[in-house]
Design a protein around this ligand. Structure first.
Ligand code: ADP
Ligand code: MG
Length: 377
């Protein structure tokens, strides 16, 4: 990828610039916890967006996307927003840096990537943090701190791409570290690294390539349930709730709200349990918790779907150590913790079984926990 980018850069812009990369991400456990002030547990992966960038002494940005095979240029004022959606991510990063008093001058860039688009691995966060990191290095002497870089990515999604996302994806992409997952406390924004470097296991994503709920309404309904229960408990959020307290008010809330809150309370604890297990190198416990999360998402939180439950059942049948829905649900991927010696059989059997039942193959992505945003030599 690096050679290809270098070659194209040279053809288009002449002498080469500096090269930067940032990664997509997975979330091992901690789903639907962010808006409940709980924990998420993401890590950067070995799938990246890479860009060669050089200041051009002009007032404009000239950029070529190798994968989309499109060139565009734009100025750096608010009214200069480009039309191409891929370029809006880059424009947004420039603008959000400027809004914070940072410097961005004209530059030339060529970029490419291998984070699958729209598969739940956050290619958009990889793109944002690659450019945010690069522009901080090239024009701001790295004075913008890493958390602010993540927020610059998040604000880009909000203000220039119409996606009202949380901070996790950009956080993981910026802070990712090889062989480590990062537990982020969504209330205090404190974070802590935990080792994830299994010698005997691999992480495998199985993308069902289905999406059942396009509207936001199920998401908003889950949120509303959580808020109602927190209120009934007299708490600002479910973060501080436990099962004892929930059981005390069981008669005052609907059965549906009860099970929604039960999932959130149990999921918070599962993230903490998984972190402890990783400190001991206890991957079987990690896997067990992943299955518990899936069951909770499916039965209590009701955000699964037939295809995802099928993938989870198949993983269990084949003897995979851990498996669960990754992301909001209603489609997308499962994340699987798979013993090395089971890997090939797992991929083959789950692909065949899924295709037989649903008429199309799932996509398989092997991922390794790797570094996030960085400059390459
Ligand atoms: P994801 O879940 O992967 O983040 P999004 O829809 O949020 O999916 O972001 C995908 C968008 O990000 C693409 O439509 C494109 O605009 C941009 N993008 C991601 N990867 C690339 C790439 N390699 N080249 C150009 N644009 C990309
Ligand atoms: Mg995205």
């Amino acid at each position: 990828m690096k050679e290809k980018i270098g070659k194209v850069f040279k053809e288009r812009f002449g002498e080469g610039g500096a090269i930067y990369a940032s990664a997509g991400r997975i979330n091992l456990i901690g789903e639907h916890t962010d808006y409940n002030d709980g924990f998420v547990f993401p890590g950067a992966i070995d799938k990246v967006i890479m860009a060669e960038i050089k200041p051009n002494g002009m007032e404009k940005v000239r950029v070529f996307s190798i994968d989309i095979d499109e060139y565009t240029e734009f100025g750096l004022k608010e009214e200069d927003a480009p039309h191409a959606s891929w370029a809006r991510y880059i424009f947004g990063i420039c603008r959000e840096i400027q809004k914070r008093g940072g410097e961005v001058k004209g530059f030339d860039a060529v970029f490419a990537g291998n984070v699958p688009l729209g598969a739940g691995l956050s290619s958009s966060a990889a793109l944002e943090s690659c450019f945010a990191f690069a522009l901080n290095d090239l024009f701001n002497g790295n004075r913008i701190d890493k958390f602010e870089l993540a927020k610059i990515g998040q604000s880009t999604e909000h203000n220039y791409c119409g996606v009202n996302c949380g901070i996790m994806d950009q956080f993981a992409s910026v802070f990712g570290r090889k062989g480590n997952l990062i537990r982020l406390d969504c209330r205090s924004m404190e974070y802590e690294y935990f080792p994830f470097d299994p010698k005997d296991y691999r992480l495998v994503l199985v993308d069902s390539r289905v999406k059942h709920e396009l509207a936001d309404s199920p998401y908003n309904k889950r949120r509303a349930s959580c808020e109602r229960v927190a209120k009934a408990l007299g708490l600002p959020s479910l973060r501080d709730a436990d099962m004892e307290a929930l059981d005390r008010i069981k008669g005052d809330i609907t059965a549906e709200d009860y099970f929604r809150a039960k999932f959130v309370i149990e999921e918070k604890q599962r993230v903490l349990d998984v972190c402890e297990a990783l400190n001991r190198g206890d991957y079987p416990t990690v896997g067990k918790k992943m299955y518990e999360t899936h069951r909770g998402l499916s039965k209590d939180y009701e955000v699964s779907c037939e295809e995802l439950d099928f993938l989870n059942d198949e993983a269990a049948r084949i003897g995979v150590t851990g498996s669960r829905i990754m992301g909001g649900g209603f489609g997308g991927c499962t994340i699987n913790l798979v013993k090395n010696d089971l890997h090939d059989r797992f991929v083959k059997e789950i692909t065949e079984a899924f295709e037989k039942k649903y008429g199309h193959e799932p996509k398989i992505y092997d991922v390794v926990i790797s570094d996030g945003a960085r400059k390459l030599d």
